[in-house]
Design a protein around this ligand. Structure first.
Ligand SMILES: C[S@@+](CC[C@H](N)C(=O)[O-])C[C@H]1O[C@@H](n2cnc3c(N)ncnc32)[C@H](O)[C@@H]1O
Length: 221
């Protein structure tokens, strides 16, 4: 699953004053972009109609997908709990000529049940850092990293949503760190929802052992 390479989106409209409130793309973001690029041929064949990014932050990943796959004949939805992130996502989409619907909501609540069973491509770089539970639930920059116990509190709430949203051929990419126990997540998604998974890429970034997991329903024979 390799193919051409695509440029990092233009984020020149964002500066340190934005990044006080909105997650600045970092190693986790770039590993996600690399994994999507690695899967380009697969995604091109999937030809997703409804694409959703949960927690879009600066909008970097969706802008990348828009330029990689083209945004004509596709609908891109981005969600975030942070109003400044939603606004940054809109600016990034405009700067990179990608048509995006940015929605201020928890996970994908405002898109459901309308998009249930219809999302072909779902992406989430979640707040995965291990913190105390009371740090979870902010609507500002802390929401970018605070993941609660095992960094799993937002991730665990996302799992049933993935099953509700994915179309029959749909695929879900998620960033995790070692502390989130990726193998357990993969087992859970299989035993609860019958979703198969793979580690698309892994990379060490400082203290973080990052991986990108890909989940999808088994192919029908
Ligand atoms: C690690 S940052 C990733 C930002 C961006 N997608 C990237 O890869 O650079 C996590 C993002 O998820 C958002 N977020 C956290 N909890 C959320 C929730 N319950 N629903 C929607 N977005 C959430 C944060 O505000 C933040 O923008």
């Amino acid at each position: 699953m390799s193919g051409p390479s695509f440029p990092t989106p233009d984020l020149s409209h964002l500066n340190s004053s934005h990044y006080k409130f909105v997650y600045e793309p970092a190693e986790d973001t770039f590993l996600l972009l690399d994994a999507l690029e690695k899967d380009y041929r697969f995604l091109e064949t999937l030809d997703p109609l409804f694409c959703v990014e949960i927690g879009s932050g600066s909008g970097c990943a969706t802008a990348f997908l828009g330029s990689m796959l083209g945004s004509r004949s596709r609908a891109f939805f981005c969600t975030d709990v942070n109003p400044k992130a939603a606004s940054a996502t809109i600016q990034t989409a405009q700067k990179n000529s990608v048509a995006v619907n940015a929605v201020l909501t928890d996970l994908t609540q405002a898109l459901q049940p309308r998009l249930n069973g219809q999302v072909d491509l779902l992406v989430f770089n979640p707040p995965y850092v291990v913190t105390t539970s009371d740090e979870v639930g902010s609507r500002s920059i802390e929401a970018a990293w605070a993941g609660g116990i095992d960094g799993r509190e937002v991730i665990d709430r996302t799992l049933p949503v993935v099953n509700e949203l994915l179309s029959p051929g749909g695929v879900f990419y998620m960033v995790v760190i070692r502390e989130n126990r990726p193998e357990e997540l993969m087992d859970l998604m299989r035993s609860r929802y019958g979703l198969e998974s793979q580690v698309v890429m892994s990379r060490r970034a400082g203290q973080e052992g990052l991986s990108i997991l890909r989940f999808q329903r088994p192919a029908r024979s």
